[in-house]
Design a protein around this ligand. Structure first.
Ligand SMILES: Cc1cc2nc3c(=O)[nH]c(=O)nc-3n(C[C@H](O)[C@H](O)[C@H](O)COP(=O)(O)O)c2cc1C
Length: 333
């Protein structure tokens, strides 16, 4: 069995089109401890696509997990080896995504109905890498939504070697709902995830779904080993600024919005020099002033089009200047 010594009290969810390396860098400025997940990367994309583009990350991102989408044990093992060679800390299997595209490829949430195939995948990956193999799943799919169904899925895949599960506490409905609806319509059932932890006390269980503030995350830690947050990290990231104080043993002062933005600004400047487009960097910090007076103005500035000849750090510097001088109503902590 894998040694799994990653502290999983808080993790930032895999989110397609959101959790790229720039967003993860930004997250690391908010919490030194949260485990960061990549977007889902399909085995096909990693084996046949622009591999480096998918794999690149900054050293500061550790602990970092790669999330793979696929159902061919050999391909998954090959991708896990590639990720391990790139120094990823964990390989996570996506058994929770309900999108049609993913179902056509026979992976994601539909695999919950094929626990033996998932077990083969875990087994094969385990044989090929030393980093932990983890599963992100739902509490059920369609009418396969009893506690016994979830229990059997966890038991079978645990017997194959997986000892860390991230459970999105709602089932997925595989036809008729969009992925977005599948993150809102099926009701949350935290008790079911708690029961899994009670029935498998030696497993590392992370709960996911619907958490938007640190106190409720902290109270979950009485029931499970960790909490994964998704949308709130994108839409209102500053709620995570005190995560290291509240959830971990950190006693340093929590970062302020301004200190985070200053550090991210330096990162943006570096990345532009490497050829990155500024919009790909600034889009991730649009939520930083969420809920603050002046937030709308800040969002508008960041969302404005950037002409090619203005693709430089001055675009962001002007916004920061505007925040700190012309928009004094934005709280400066
Ligand atoms: C835009 C978006 C993209 C997502 N992409 C993925 C993905 O690639 N892999 C995955 O396992 N879950 C994905 N999810 C689901 C999240 O990881 C998470 O399970 C879900 O949002 C529930 O957590 P939350 O209520 O904290 O947002 C995505 C969610 C969103 C909002």
């Amino acid at each position: 069995m894998n040694k799994n010594n990653i502290d999983r009290r808080l993790s930032i969810a895999p989110m397609m089109d959101h959790t790229d390396k720039h967003f993860r860098y930004f997250m690391r400025l908010l919490s030194k401890h949260a485990v960061l997940y990549t977007e889902m990367i399909t085995t096909g994309a990693l084996i046949h696509g622009d591999r480096q583009r998918f794999l690149d990350f900054n050293d500061i991102e550790h602990p970092i997990a790669i999330q793979l989408g696929g159902s061919n044990p050999n391909d998954l093992a090959e991708c896990a080896k590639i990720a391990e060679n790139e120094a990823y800390d964990e390989v996570n299997l996506n058994i929770g995504c309900p999108s049609d595209r993913v179902q056509n490829g026979q992976f994601g949430a539909c695999l919950m109905s094929n626990k033996n195939l998932v077990a083969d995948c875990v087994n094969k990956i385990q044989d090929n890498v030393k980093i932990p193999v983890t599963i992100k799943t739902r509490i059920g799919i369609d009418n396969m939504d009893s506690y016994d169904f979830l229990y059997d899925f966890i038991k079978t895949t645990h017997d194959a070697g997986c000892d860390t599960f991230i459970i999105h506490a709602r089932k997925a409905i595989l036809s008729g709902l969009t992925p977005k609806e599948n993150r809102a319509i099926p009701p949350l059932n935290y008790e079911r995830v708690h029961k899994i932890k009670q029935d498998f006390p030696n497993l590392n269980i992370t709960i996911n779904g619907g958490f938007i503030e640190l106190q409720s995350i902290k109270s979950q830690l009485q029931h499970v080993d960790g909490v994964m947050v998704g949308r709130v990290a994108y839409q209102n990231p500053f709620i995570l600024a005190e995560a290291d104080n509240i959830l971990f043993e950190n006693t340093d002062p929590a970062p302020t919005r301004e200190s985070i933005l200053d550090k991210y600004r330096d990162y943006v400047a570096e990345q532009i020099l490497k050829g990155e487009r500024i919009k790909n960097l600034t889009r991730h910090v649009i939520g930083l002033f969420q809920g603050q007076a002046g937030a709308r103005h800040y969002r508008q500035l960041l969302s404005a089009a950037v002409p090619k000849d203005k693709n430089n750090i001055k675009f962001l510097d002007d916004i920061i200047e505007s925040i700190t001088t012309h928009t004094p109503q934005i709280e400066k902590k």
